[in-house]
Write a protein that binds this ligand. Structure first.
Ligand code: 0O2
Length: 227
């Protein structure tokens, strides 16, 4: 098969030379298995957060998790990132180099809940921390705040067990509000932001961070008990 006849973005990116039909179908099957592993990892993580939720409910305690969102990175987005960093063109290279093909976002009420959720997740024996980036303690230049964890967890299929990586973003409702709007603005912008816009975004993020801290202090003061 000729690469130009392959209309799958990832396979089209990987296959550079003429390929036999057998090799092509083997690659399709390998790709499907890779996506199945990422989808399964996301399902397992969602279940873990649902169980935290139910346990808090059962105890009659306030739930630290507001919402959980998830996605498996789409094929176009996988290719865009592989090209951006110039990674080797293979499925193995995707698995090795992209940490965020499986992504879960946990939205919490208060900043302290973020670290509580982090600790609960990392205390689980099947979850291994690969990397942690704390953009709350050290926000990005534009003001972006969130706690990012790259973790690994085992996924069992009928005949195999694989360690699969996933990116967990944990943030407050307020941080999520800022990130969603900033993403909208950035998506619609034709060019990179001029410096004034970055400062404006950073100022807005700072106001939001102050509000986050005040709301949490208020909740403490009113004896609502945060955990
Ligand atoms: P999507 O659609 O959310 O997957 P890279 O992943 O290479 O871009 P890096 O340094 O490896 O960058 O990871 P980083 O910056 O720690 O985290 C990347 C993800 O965090 C992004 O994924 C966003 O989801 C989120 N993020 C990081 N910075 C910002 C920001 O300034 N604004 C907003 N709104 N989100 C941010 P993707 O792949 O960009 O998109």
């Amino acid at each position: 098969m000729k690469p130009e006849n392959i209309n799958h973005p990832v396979l089209n990116f990987i296959i550079e030379d003429d390929i036999t039909k057998e090799d092509y179908y083997a690659l399709v099957s390998e790709y499907q298995q890779m996506i199945l592993l990422y989808e399964s990892a996301v399902k397992q993580l969602i279940t873990k957060f649902e169980i935290f939720n139910q346990e808090y409910k059962m105890r009659g305690a306030r739930n630290p998790i507001e919402t959980v969102k998830s996605r498996v990175k789409g094929p176009e987005s996988i290719v865009r990132k592989m090209k951006k960093y110039g990674f080797e063109k293979s499925l193995e290279s995707i698995v090795l180099n992209l940490n965020d093909v499986a992504g879960v976002r946990v939205i919490c009420s208060y900043v302290s809940d973020i670290y509580l959720v982090r600790d609960m997740l990392l205390a689980q024996q099947d979850v291994t921390l690969v990397e942690e980036r704390d953009y709350i303690k050290a926000p990005k230049e534009n003001g972006y705040r969130s706690l990012h964890l790259i973790i690994e967890l085992p996924v069992y299929l009928t005949r195999t067990v694989s360690r699969v990586k996933a990116e967990i973003q944990i943030r407050t409702i307020a941080m999520d509000f800022w990130a969603s709007l900033e993403h909208n603005i950035r998506y619609k912008a034709v060019d990179a932001f001029p410096p004034g816009v970055v400062k404006e975004l950073r100022d807005c993020a700072e106001i939001i961070a102050v509000t986050d801290r005040r709301m949490e202090a208020l909740a403490h003061k009113l004896h609502q008990g945060l955990h």
